[in-house]
Structures are given as C-alpha cells and as structure tokens.
Write a protein that binds this ligand. Structure first.
Ligand SMILES: *[C@@H]1O[C@H](CO)[C@@H](O)[C@H](O)[C@H]1NC(C)=O
Ligand SMILES: *[C@@H]1O[C@H](CO)[C@@H](O)[C@H](O)[C@H]1NC(C)=O
Length: 222
C-alpha cells in the first residue's frame, strides 16, 4: 500500500514534469533555461525501472496517458533535434533526409557538404554502396545531392536485414549503439565524425588541410 502511493506520487510528479516541458517547448518563449533536463532524465530512468518491477492493474489509464504524453514529448524533441542539425546545413543545397533506422553523418567543408548514410544494427542498405561511402552537394554537383535514389533528398534506405553486406564496415552503427544512442553520447558521436573525417580526407585529397574548418552533425532518421 505504502509502495503504491509512493509510486502514484512519483507518477503524478512525472506527468506534471512532462506537461511542464511540453508547455515550454510549445510556448517557445518560456523560461527554458530553468528546464531541469538532467532531473527529468534521471526521473524517467528511475520510473521505467519501477514499471519493469510492477505494472499495477488499476493504473492502466494513467499509464496509457503517460505513454501518450511521452509520445508527444518525443515527437517534439525529434523536431528540435532535427532543427539543431539543420541550422548549419547548406544554403544552396537542400537538407538531406536521414534514412529511417539509421542516420546521416554530415560534414561541411568550404561550402561543400558531405553526408555518409549509416544503418542501425539489424538493417542494411537497399542498394549496394561499398564503393560509395558518402554523398555530396556543392558547386561541382550543381547544388543537388548525389544519390542512388530517385526523388531528391533521400540519400539511402536502411531496410530490415539479418546481415549487413551492402555497405562498408564503417557504414553501420555498432551493436547496442543505434543512431539516437550515438548522438546522446558525445564520445560516441565524435568517434563517428572522426571516422568519417578520415574517410573523407582519404577520398578528397584537397580537403585534408581544411579539416579544421569542418562543421559536423549527425542527423538520425526517426
Ligand atoms: C550559392 O550559389 C550561388 C550561385 O550559384 C553562388 O554564387 C554562391 O557562392 C553559392 N553559395 C554557397 C554558400 O555555396
Ligand atoms: C558512450 O560512448 C562510448 C564510446 O563509444 C562508450 O565507451 C560509453 O560506454 C558510452 N557511454 C554510455 C553512457 O553509453
């Protein structure tokens, strides 16, 4: 009984925190500096652990409501993530679309934009791209993205597959480190960017001196 009321209290606290954050994102002008993201993050982790231990029958509606709130917050956060990455993206080139179940590691150097499609574990590219690590957009491509796909900004597809053979080894996120997990971890993110910068320097001889000018970002498909 004691545990139940404790759980309920925490749930109520959490729902109000979620609504608060939703309101902040909605309002745009709200006091975002004081949004305690690390507290919320901690609370979410503790909370999911509680539910793994016990899922009370009488709280079904509340749990569904919580799931729905979180879904909405997640949709907003995904939008915000996309915007953060798109901010540096090409003016003359269109913003590329990240593959679902994967992402794009993108680097811009000297007004040329390079994006390397990557797939999550359990997915493989729809087309063979072993000799095609990245796509690019700049003056030399007439400001359109090189791509194997018809229809503009989609650079690659990641389709469900037990084996990953269509791309080079580095074009797959490591096991237990999908695109979203990678960008949630600064070390893992810069590892992927470093790998791509090395590949780029090898393929495009003229950029190796300009590496310091590189602006980078990883865009995940939802
Ligand atoms: C955009 O395109 C114009 C015309 O083609 C060109 O003069 C300009 O340098 C380009 N800007 C960038 C940032 O690439
Ligand atoms: C972050 O990424 C690094 C490098 O891939 C990894 O060693 C570390 O365990 C990750 N940290 C977390 C909290 O997942």
């Amino acid at each position: 009984m004691k545990y139940n009321s404790h759980l309920l209290w925490r749930m109520l606290f959490f729902i109000s925190a979620v609504w608060l954050i939703t309101d902040f994102i909605e309002a745009g002008t709200a006091d975002c500096k004081n949004a305690e993201l690390s507290d919320l993050n901690h609370q979410v982790k503790r909370f999911s652990q509680c539910f793994l231990e016990m899922l009370p029958d009488d709280k079904r509606t509340e749990i569904n409501s919580l799931a729905w709130s979180l879904q909405q917050v997640l949709d907003r956060l995904r939008e915000v993530q996309g915007k953060a990455c798109k901010a540096f993206m090409p003016k003359n080139c269109s913003v590329p679309e990240a593959p679902k179940n994967g992402g794009l590691v993108c680097v811009s150097i000297d007004s040329v934009h390079y994006c390397k499609p990557m797939c999550n574990q359990g997915y493989d590219f729809g087309f063979l791209r072993r000799s095609r690590v990245y796509e690019k957009c700049g003056a030399s491509t007439d400001y359109s993205w090189t791509t194997q796909l018809v229809g503009g900004n989609r650079l690659a597809d990641c389709i469900s597959s037990p084996i990953a053979v269509s791309g080079v080894k580095s074009a797959y996120f490591p096991t237990h480190m999908c695109c979203q997990q990678t960008i949630a971890n600064a070390t893992a993110e810069s590892e992927q960017i470093e790998i791509f910068l090395r590949e780029l320097a090898e393929a495009e001889k003229d950029i190796s001196q300009k590496r310091e000018m590189a602006i980078d970002c990883i865009l995940c498909g939802n």
